[in-house]
Structures are given as C-alpha cells and as structure tokens.
Design a protein around this ligand. Structure first.
Ligand SMILES: [Zn+2]
Length: 402
C-alpha cells in the first residue's frame, strides 16, 4: 500500500498527523505503517529520520524507517501493538538530524557538480560516514586530468562555496519516466526507468548541479552554509575526497582552529606566524640534536677507554644516562678488548647487555639463565640483551651468570 510521503513535497515539515494502517509486533519490535509520513526512510546514501509516533499518552520512539516498495515502514522497539488500524497519531521527527542530513546531502551534490563542471570528473561512489563524507571522483579516459590534485580540490571547494554564497534555488522535480527526466542536463546516467526525482541546483539551463536523487535537500544552496575538503586519497584508480558540509564542516573547522590556537600559544606565536615559529623551533631542535649526538659520541669514546682500562671478566657497569642503543654502540667500541663476559646495564630500562669475544656465548647465557629471574631477551655469541621486570631480578641474574 502506498504511503503518502510528505517529506517529498515539504522537507521542512517537522510534525504531522497520520492514521495507522497497521501495527505488527514480532516479539522484538513493532512495524508501523501509516497512511502518510514525514519520516524519510534509509536510502540513497542518506540515513533515515528518527523521532516519535504519539497516540494519546503513549509515545513510541522510531528507531528505523525502511522502504518496502511503495510502503514506508516505521520500526519502534518493543510492543506498540496497542495501536490499531484507524488510530490517529502525531508524528515528530528529530529536526537537527534531518537538517544535518539535508545540508550534507546537498553539499555532496554541490561539490560533485563542481568537480564535474570544472574537470569532467564523475562521482562514482558516495558515503555519508559519521566522521566524514566521501566521494570517489573518476575521470574519463580522454580527460586531461587523471586524478584530483590538492590544487584542483581547492578550486572545486571554492567553486562549491560560491554556489552556496549565491544562494540559488534547489528544485526537486518528479518524473514518471526516464525520457521525461532525461530532458534535464543530468550529471549522471539514470539508474531507474520510472518514478525519478531530479534535484537541480540553480538555473536549470546552466545548473550548478543536476542529478537524480531521492534524498532530502534544503530549498536553497545558501542553507548548506559551508563546504570544506579535508583530505584526498587514491582509491582503486579514483580519487577519494574527504569533506564535510553545513554545521559539521563548521564544527570540524572550529575544532581544528582550536588545535592551531593551542599550538600557537605553546610556540608564543600568532595563528598567522605559527608555521614560521615552528620552523625556527624545529631548526633549533635539529641543532640541539646534532650537538647532543656529538657530545654523546665523545662521551661513549671516553667511557670505552675507561672500560678497556678496567677490563676484567665479570665486569658490571651501570648507566643511568645511556639508552640501550648507546650501550650497544659502546659495546662495539670494545670489540677485541673484552675479557670473559661483561655486562653493561641500562638502569632505567632494567636491561643488561652481555658482551664477550664469543666465549662464553652471550646469547646462550641469556637464553639459559634469564627466564628463572623473569627476564626475556636473546642475542648472538658476542652480544645479547636481557630485560627484567625490576632491578633486583636483573642483579640476581647477573650474579648467577658472571
Ligand atoms: Zn541528494
């Protein structure tokens, strides 16, 4: 049975009365069919409306709306079978959710239209995610462009926002047949033969966009508010564009500005010169790193000389300022000068590096003796590492093997 779809004629209708056609409870949820509805069912990449169906003092939250042929089915969780055919009910949709959908859906049309008009790029895939919307842009074989560059994306983004600033009308026209619909300058070939709704943004003679779509859209482009592209990614030979429209685009830009502002404060910069300040900061960090590396190298050389002078089997040295990598580098400088097995310990990491000239076999010492003390590690004949849960376990291991 055909449900009259009020949202098609008036997407701004937030509340309406309707009569129940049927209400069937299946043990988990109730399927409610009405003579008419303001609830948009899931379809065309757009999520369904949520809201309530109220009858007297009983209010049923609508969790899902689906389309079954010409019928719109409203699902409410739990038992709503107290509703019976002929009952009058009041419908209310979650307007914030609906308007969000309208802004996003229309934003997708406008941006896709911009890529098409500017570069001949076709939108081959659309997804309305929770974090971003994406479109996959593909170019025909004979097009000069093969993929979307950031410069192209910025030009399309500017063009799309100009369409918003011009606040042109958004028309939805319904056609019974494909032939009638194809009199419009459609961006994309039709996928249906009949009952086609065509959304035209701007003058139909030279529209910003014109495409078949069953979603809900605002009545003018200005209501989309804003379109912002955030990322481009290659995807199966196409270019995937991550973007947002409307209040979501505004929210993301606010969030990103807040981050920029916080970074500016940390660098004692303004948001305009934060990059120059960061470059200077990075340059200073590189200089400091280079100076530190040189000093570290000299310190390791000096420590190697000390170790060679003190060398004896079973030598154990503890370090608080060297990393495990530093200690391995130190070990390399000792090659040819080691007596028996010695241990160099990185105290903060509870890690011992065992070194020898091959006898005893350091890797075997770790493999055969570390685990009783909770240690793990391994290595080869001349060097091995073992790390432990605490300093006491490490010391107990060293007492055992050296
Ligand atoms: Zn649409």
């Amino acid at each position: 049975m055909e449900t009259i779809r009020i949202y098609q004629q008036d997407p701004y209708c937030r509340t309406a009365a309707a009569a129940v056609t049927s209400a069937n409870y299946d043990g988990r949820s109730t399927r409610i069919i009405l003579d008419q509805t303001i609830f948009f069912p899931t379809g065309g990449g757009q999520s369904c409306d949520t809201g309530t169906i109220t009858c007297g003092s009983a209010c049923y939250p609508v969790t899902e709306v689906i389309e079954e042929g010409e019928t719109v089915v409203h699902l409410v969780s739990g038992d709503a079978s107290a509703l019976s055919a002929g009952d009058s009910v009041d419908l209310a949709i979650d307007w914030d959710h609906r308007f969000d959908n309208m802004q996003r859906h229309c934003g997708e049309h406008i941006l896709s239209g911009a890529f098409f008009r500017l570069y001949g790029g076709g939108n081959k895939g659309f997804h309305m995610g929770e974090d971003y919307m994406t479109i996959d842009i593909e170019f025909p074989e004979d097009a000069s462009a093969k993929r979307v560059t950031w410069e192209m994306a910025r030009a399309a983004e500017l063009d799309a926002n100009r369409v918003i600033w011009e606040d042109v009308p958004v028309h939805v026209n319904y056609f019974d047949t494909r032939e009638e619909a194809e009199t419009y300058p459609l961006r994309k070939a039709l996928a249906f033969e009949e009952d086609i709704s065509v959304v035209t943004i701007g003058d139909p003679a030279a529209p910003a966009d014109c495409v078949a779509c069953c979603g809900t859209h605002p009545s003018s482009s200005g209501q989309v508010g804003l379109i912002k592209i955030f990322k481009i990614e290659p995807n199966k030979g196409m270019s995937r564009i991550y973007f947002e429209a409307g209040s979501r685009a505004f929210g993301k830009i606010q969030q990103q500005f807040d981050t920029l502002y916080d970074i500016s404060v940390k660098l004692s910069a303004g948001t305009d010169d934060v990059l120059a300040k960061f470059d200077a900061y990075e340059h200073r960090a590189e200089e400091t790193h280079a100076a530190l590396s040189a000093l570290r190298g000299r310190l390791l050389e000096s420590e190697a000389d000390t170790l060679v002078a003190e060398m004896q089997a079973g030598l154990v040295k503890y370090y608080d300022d060297f990393t495990v990598d530093d200690i391995f580098n130190l070990g390399k400088k000792l090659s040819g000068s080691i007596t028996g097995a010695i241990a160099l310990v990185c105290r903060p990491a509870n890690t011992a590096v065992l070194l020898s000239e091959g006898e005893p076999h350091c890797g075997k010492l770790v493999k055969e003796n570390a685990s009783p003390f909770g240690g793990k590690g391994g290595g080869n004949a001349t060097s091995a590492r073992a790390f432990f849960p605490d300093a006491e376990s490490l010391d107990a291991f060293l007492s055992n093997v050296l």
